[in-house]
Design a protein around this ligand. Structure first.
Ligand code: ATP
Length: 351
């Protein structure tokens, strides 16, 4: 794996305010990387520093082995797509796409060939003579993407490219953009605050908070092995249960003992135990679940609980359960429609 973008000890301040603190990061050639984090965490600032739209206060950026830390945007090799499509309203679609190609000194025939190719690639060959205002938001964003990759830049930067679109179009375009990225193998960095977008599109995710990187990992690593409570809580739903480590691999909650990964925490440590709602599995006392290793392991933490609330969310039931013996063991549990039907789960039932 070749490092394409090497960011080292990067700081960015706006006056007294420190927006990025000591960021070091390698972006691998050809990967799709997402910067994910809450509003104001510094994602856009980091993307703009990579583009040279803002110059960092300290630190360095190398792209394809070349020190670009102090180069203006025009001397860096990237294409960029913003949230607002930022197409030229008075130019046709093909003129919008060919803009950068003409600036790069391509002749007429080359430009026409490349524009045709790109319109084909984004699936809009019939729209070439229209103006941006005549297209839908999703179509305009595809044109913006075609314009960004027209000159085959080494790096594609995407700043919340889907967030202005409505939900259906967004999901559809997610798919198209990842497919296109994999086809072109262009190293891509996308900013998003939408965890689902990051999980579904990225090869790796950089989770940021308050100007620092909390964790870098594949979507499954970030989801199943969050390194901090912040990451655990920011991605997906997470139960947080105050607990005390009793020995390695075991915690106490109230007067209950649970098997739990305890990492580096010593016995006696007061901790927060974290548990995903979908990892709470319902069963009644008489029913044995099929004996897969996973299920046996899960069944080791078995308690009697009362169902307090149930909310139907379409593909599953979000449920609150409470263990009255163990103070503090109130959990959110996501139960499948099948499980709810099979066990006749209802509010007030004991399981
Ligand atoms: P969002 O998802 O809301 O766009 P973000 O993670 O992209 O958030 P940034 O835009 O990178 O956040 O901003 C990080 C912090 O730096 C914010 O607190 C913001 O107010 C501040 N900031 C960004 N640009 C400037 C600027 N030009 N001058 C002063 N402060 C700025």
């Amino acid at each position: 794996m070749t490092t394409f973008l090497k960011i080292r000890d990067l700081w960015k301040s706006f006056g007294q305010f420190v927006a990025l603190r000591d960021i070091s990061l390698d972006v691998i050639e050809g990967e799709f990387l997402c910067f994910l984090g809450p509003s104001g965490c510094g994602k856009t600032t980091l993307l703009r520093a990579i583009a040279g739209l803002d110059i960092q206060t300290a630190g360095t950026i190398h792209q394809a082995g070349k020190d670009v830390s102090n180069l203006p945007p025009a001397e860096r090799d990237f294409g960029i797509v913003f949230q607002s499509y930022a197409l030229f309203p008075n130019l046709t679609i093909s003129e919008n796409i060919s803009f950068g190609l003409e600036n790069a000194g391509k002749n007429k025939a080359e430009v026409k060939k490349r524009v045709d190719e790109l319109l084909q690639l984004i699936g809009l060959p019939e729209q070439r003579d229209k103006y941006p205002a005549q297209l839908s938001g999703g179509q305009q964003q595809r044109i913006a993407l075609a314009r960004a990759i027209a000159t085959s830049p080494g790096l594609l930067l995407l700043d919340e490219p889907l967030s202005a679109l409505d939900a259906k179009v967004r999901v559809h375009l997610r798919h198209e953009m990842t497919e296109l990225q994999r086809k072109l193998k262009v190293t891509t960095v996308m900013v998003t605050h939408d965890q689902e977008e990051a999980l579904s599109m990225a090869d790796r995710i950089v989770v940021m908070n308050h100007g620092v990187i909390e964790q870098v990992g594949t979507p499954t690593e970030i989801y199943t092995d969050p390194v901090s409570l912040f990451v655990a809580d920011f991605i997906g739903e997470m139960n947080q249960v105050p607990a005390e480590v009793t020995k390695e691999g075991e915690v106490r909650v109230g007067n209950r003992t649970l098997l739990c990964r305890t990492g580096d925490f010593a016995p006696g440590s007061k901790v927060i135990a974290a548990l995903r709602p979908e990892d709470v599995i319902p069963h009644d006392k008489d029913v044995r679940l099929p004996g897969t290793p996973d299920v046996i392991e899960t069944l080791q933490n078995t308690f009697d609980v009362v169902i307090k609330e149930m909310e139907f969310l379409g593909s599953f039931w979000r449920t609150s359960v409470s263990d009255e013996e163990a103070e503090g063991l109130d959990l959110t549990a996501d139960f499948s429609i099948n499980a709810v039907r099979r066990l006749s789960l209802a509010v007030g039932e004991k399981i």
